[in-house]
Design a protein around this ligand. Structure first.
Ligand code: CR1
Length: 829
């Protein structure tokens, strides 16, 4: 029987010590095997890219083996599982991360070496998997790494976009977008499961049927699309556990549709079918608003429906009573993008499993938790009722029913306070009647999470104030974190070794609080010297990259001052640029003697603007225009350079972060829900110049204000400054630099006019003018500290030492305990 068979297989497996062995010789054999039989090149003749393919397939084999063992084990143990639903995952490259998590990096490097290849060069061949926009998407990727490493029985679900985030190409200083053909050269990191596929329904209408004398609703769809699973194994570090990120691709449904194939127009019928694939073809590149787009709604439902069919099938394999569903399943909504899961579970329970409404609702309310990633009311998703009703007619009915019962409850609670009722209603009346996805989510989720302490405050007092008054217990925060595996071990190997050497252990890679142990060495001159060596080599690598990419030569003696993130008005890249113009203007007005005292700077900016975001695109152009002027000014020379790094993505971040001295996180206070870039810089010993916003507030608590450069209005001061008019409080230098741009000092006078206009009079919503003075002071402080090498290095060491709290391991531990109710389930092999 199968138990006996499994026993035999397991004994054999133990004898063999795994199918794939990890010593360099075995690895080498596997690589050559894949060169010959997978890549189909001769083992005597292959290049770096083919070596990458062959090595990746060898690693993939090992991942599959672990994946099987982990999933078998989960199945046998049947613990409560977490399903992490997200429309975006920004995974970046997989090779280095995988071999490090599997603990076989050095063996792989040796194996390659003997074949005449270098690991770093081979790893560089890989393109990024960029199935996401920015912070939210990279956070999902970091959290997957922590879930695997901490042995949690978890799976991620998402969409397998054919085209990831657009490639940014700069031409004449302007941003152009090009499609990201990331799958063109194959993807060794996924396993296509042709047999794991589900039909997803759209359109049509709802009919009533009698079942055992009871009326029930039946959705008769107008279109069917097939969702095919693509599994991406996620290995944990220091564990055999390997979890799954299952991404869905749309395929035409092979269900026979006699009618369209009987019209004589066979060719067009096939082509129409093929359109199904557009559902998963492209990622929406705007990270703040998806309002009213039918394709976006289709993507959301497609992904939710396939994932839930998969989850429910798995549950039913070993359970028959749906009351046990919440004991076995936690569903995490990464923002409201997957919130159609709520009416979908209701529909399945009521219409397909024939549970009575109240019982189904009781179950649904125990399943879901939400994490919000925004503060802007306009960032909240709304779906026009007409659109939803036509695409998902049954779901609209269910949402109306949920809202009806919710409104009845509200009346009992608050009486007939119609203003409040209309604010809290899931249905927004008005010119375009819409469904408010956030309200739907909050009504149904047992927990609503903010991504930092101050973010939760803003959710409670502004964004979801009414809901907080009704259900204070639902609202929590889990400060974001990032994974030290990718952001130190993978991206900064020499710092990694240095840390392990001084701590006397590698245990910090799983237990990051141990980094605190560096504090006691912060004043040790030997550590300081080694620390600076490592940092200098990283800076040289970055300088080289800058030169090949832009032709600009920069000196590693200068301070590398970096701002890399999506371009947004609230993130204030414009403030940075105005600061740079001011610095330039000052240098120009100095005599030779004064110039000698200037601390040389290389200002580095990188990030993508959403294709339709005009102001953000102007900021990119301004950066180039200012750079053009400064970089070619012989008065300035090495004292100041301004570089824009094009096509910022995860692997660019891995290169830039370890090589920066100072990084900027300068959002208008109260606008950055958390921010996670700052945490990656912190881990790498880069000092922060920042406003007290989002997670920075907590970083200040952790490493102290005197270890960073803090400036600007505080969250609670912002409304009053805005009321008074920020422009009124702006210093004279501010008016001067804005005038330089306005008067065409950097060219493109007309094009930049609207940027300048927005800073005048009652404008300046983001408080650039108000914060400019304190920004310059903070920058001057940074200059002063940089000259004092001993002080700077100590601050740098203390930054890394204080970064432990900002590991995604801590975040995931909190979610597991306080929100999801899941426990580790460690595969014992
Ligand atoms: C927030 O803007 C936060 C990340 C992750 C972003 C940022 O402050 O750190 O989420 N939001 O929580 C986002 O990407 C699409 O929205």
């Amino acid at each position: 029987d199968s138990g006996e068979r499994r026993g035999k297989a397991e004994r054999l497996f133990r004898l063999m010590d795994g199918f794939r062995k990890n010593d360099p010789v075995s690895l080498q054999k596997d690589i050559l095997d894949h060169v010959e039989f997978t890549v189909a090149r001769s083992r005597f003749n292959f290049d770096d890219f083919e070596a990458y393919q062959a090595l990746s397939h060898s690693i993939r084999d090992r991942l599959i083996e672990r994946w099987h063992d982990t999933q078998q084990y989960f199945k046998r143990k049947d613990p409560k599982r977490l399903y992490f639903l997200s429309l975006e995952f920004l995974m970046g490259r997989s090779l280095s991360n995988s071999v490090i998590n599997l603990g076989i990096r050095d063996n792989c490097a040796n194996a390659l070496n003997q074949l005449g290849f270098e690991f770093e060069v081979v790893a560089e061949q890989e393109g990024d998997a960029a199935l996401g926009n920015g912070g939210l998407a990279r956070l999902s990727a970091c959290q997957m790494d922590s879930l695997a490493t901490m042995d949690f029985p978890a799976w991620g679900y998402g969409l397998r976009y054919q085209y990831g985030l657009f490639r940014q190409v700069i031409f004449d200083g302007f941003q152009y977008e090009q499609p990201d053909y990331w799958l063109n050269f194959g993807n060794p990191w996924e396993i296509e499961r042709v047999h794991v596929s589900y039909a997803v329904k759209f359109y049509g209408n709802v009919e009533e049927e009698l079942l055992n004398g009871e009326k029930c609703k039946v959705w008769v769809p107008g279109e069917m699309v097939e969702a095919v699973a693509h599994d991406n194994p996620i290995p944990g570090y220091g564990t055999r556990n390997t979890i799954n990120l299952r991404l869905w691709a749309a395929k035409p449904s092979d269900q026979h549709d006699m009618e369209s194939f009987n019209t004589g127009d066979y060719i067009n019928a096939v082509i129409n079918r093929q359109r199904a694939e557009t559902i998963s073809s492209v990622l929406y590149p705007d990270d703040r608003s998806y309002q009213g787009k039918e394709l976006r709604l289709k993507q959301q439902y497609f992904f939710v429906s396939a994932s839930l069919q998969d989850i429910i099938r798995r549950f039913k394999d070993s359970h028959s009573n749906f009351d046990e569903f919440p004991d076995k399943v936690a569903l995490q909504l990464n923002d409201t993008h997957p919130s159609l899961a709520i009416p979908e579970v209701m529909r399945i329970l009521v219409d397909e499993e024939h549970l009575e409404w109240n019982r189904a609702w009781g179950i649904v309310c125990k399943l879901f938790s939400l994490t919000s990633h925004t503060v802007l009311p306009e960032g909240l998703e709304k779906v026009p009722v007409d659109l939803l009703g036509s695409l998902l007619p049954r779901h609209l009915q269910i949402i109306y029913d949920i809202n009806f019962f919710f409104m009845e409850d509200l009346k009992k609670h608050f009486g007939l306070d119609y203003d409040r009722l209309s604010r809290m209603s899931i249905v927004e009346e008005g010119a375009v009647k819409s469904i408010r996805m956030a309200n739907l989510s909050i009504v149904c989720c047992h927990t609503v999470n903010g991504v930092s302490r101050v973010h939760l405050e803003l959710l409670k007092t502004r964004v979801f104030k009414d809901f907080y008054e009704l259900w204070p217990q639902k609202f929590q925060f889990k400060t974001n974190g990032v994974t030290q595996r990718r952001w130190i071990v993978v991206s900064n190997p020499s710092l990694c070794s240095l840390i392990s050497k001084w701590l006397g252990t590698e245990a910090w890679i799983r237990d990051v609080d141990l980094l605190m142990g560096l504090r006691e060495h912060a004043t040790n001159a030997d550590l300081r010297q080694e620390w600076n060596m490592v940092r200098r080599v990283n800076k040289m690598r970055l300088a080289e990259y800058i030169e090949t990419m832009s032709g600009i030569k920069v000196s590693p003696d200068a301070m590398f001052d970096v701002q890399i993130k999506r371009i947004h008005e609230y993130k204030r890249q414009l403030l940075n640029l105005l600061g740079i113009i001011h610095r330039y203007d000052c240098i120009k007005n100095m005599n030779m003697n004064e110039r000698r005292k200037v601390v040389p700077r290389v200002c580095i900016i990188g990030g993508k603007a959403a294709p339709g975001y005009e102001i953000a695109k102007k900021i990119i152009k301004l950066c180039h225009a200012v750079g053009e002027k400064i970089n070619n000014d012989s008065d300035v020379g090495d004292l100041l350079k301004l570089v824009f790094i094009p096509d910022y993505n995860v692997s660019v971040a891995e290169l830039v972060i370890p090589g920066s001295d100072l990084s900027q996180h300068i959002s208008t206070a109260g606008h950055e829900p958390s921010g996670t870039g700052s945490m990656k810089f912190l881990m790498n010993g880069c000092l922060l110049l920042a406003t007290a916003d989002g997670s920075t507030i907590e970083i200040i608590e952790e490493i102290g204000e005197d270890n960073m450069f803090i400036f600007g209005a505080k969250v609670h001061e912002v409304p009053a400054v805005r009321e008074k008019g920020s422009a009124l409080t702006a210093p004279l230098q501010f008016a001067r630099v804005v005038r330089m741009v306005r008067d065409g000092y950097f060219g493109f006078k007309d094009y930049f006019k609207s940027l300048c206009d927005a800073l005048d009079g009652n404008g300046d919503f983001y408080l650039l003018g108000h914060d400019f003075g304190s920004y310059l002071e903070a920058q001057a402080e940074a200059d002063k500290a940089f000259v004092d090498k001993v002080k700077w290095t100590r601050m740098s060491i203390l930054s890394t030492a204080g970064s432990g709290r900002f590991s995604s391991d801590r975040t995931i531990g909190e979610y597991a305990e306080k929100t999801w109710g899941i426990e580790p389930c460690r595969c014992p092999f």
